[in-house]
Write a protein that binds this ligand. Structure first.
Ligand SMILES: [Zn+2]
Ligand SMILES: [Zn+2]
Length: 199
């Protein structure tokens, strides 16, 4: 094997994993095999260890307003382990323990640089079922897109999130408990924003 081959072989490929796929508003979530793309630029692929069910997942799942964004994978509160990293990612390496965030931090927009708020204008709440970077999905089934929820979609064995939508945690922190903090860590951003906009 040449050096080029070994470097190429280290590139993450498409993986197949199981996910709870919702087929329509209020319809039962079915465990399906889905394909998951490698992480794109500035993204990480995460092996989901634990995920919680939040009322927001249920509300969105029952809503008829987004009936066009199906099939879809819900879940936005997860803890997991980085499986691979995309181009340009320097903050994470394979094996890092992480929490996902449904509102991230780009570190360069007006809010992220304010010192008062981090309600990011680039990696904010994503309601349209696609990723921030290229407005596409990373999940598919037989070549057809499977849409995201909040650009997290943690009701899956693996998921891809923007590197700004994850935070590294201590490897000794219990992943089954800290996934419950995931929503709060992101919601803290929203609270900061309220304060920021008041001042
Ligand atoms: Zn930002
Ligand atoms: Zn939540």
């Amino acid at each position: 094997m040449s050096l080029t081959d070994s470097v190429q072989n280290k590139q993450p490929g498409v993986i197949t994993c199981k996910a709870a796929v919702a087929w329509g508003p209020g319809k039962p979530m079915m465990i399906e095999e889905v394909e998951l793309s490698p992480p794109q630029s500035m993204e990480i692929r995460v092996k989901v260890v634990c995920t919680s069910l939040c009322r927001s997942d249920v509300t969105a799942w029952l809503s008829q307003a987004q009936a066009s964004i199906y099939p879809r994978i819900f879940g936005h509160e997860a803890s997991g382990i980085v499986e691979s990293v995309g181009e340009g990612v320097t903050e994470f390496v394979e094996g890092d323990h992480v929490l996902t965030l449904f509102t991230g931090e780009c570190m360069s927009c007006r809010h992220c640089t304010s010192g008062k708020s981090n309600i990011c204008q680039v990696l904010g709440l994503k309601r349209d079922g696609v990723m921030h970077g290229d407005q596409k999905t990373r999940f598919s089934m037989k070549g057809k897109p499977v849409y995201h929820y909040c650009a997290v979609s943690s009701f899956s064995e693996y998921t891809v999130v923007h590197s700004g939508c994850a935070v590294k945690v201590s490897p000794i922190a219990p992943l089954d408990k800290i996934c419950l903090l995931s929503c709060g860590a992101a919601a803290g951003n929203l609270w900061n924003a309220v304060q920021f906009n008041r001042n």
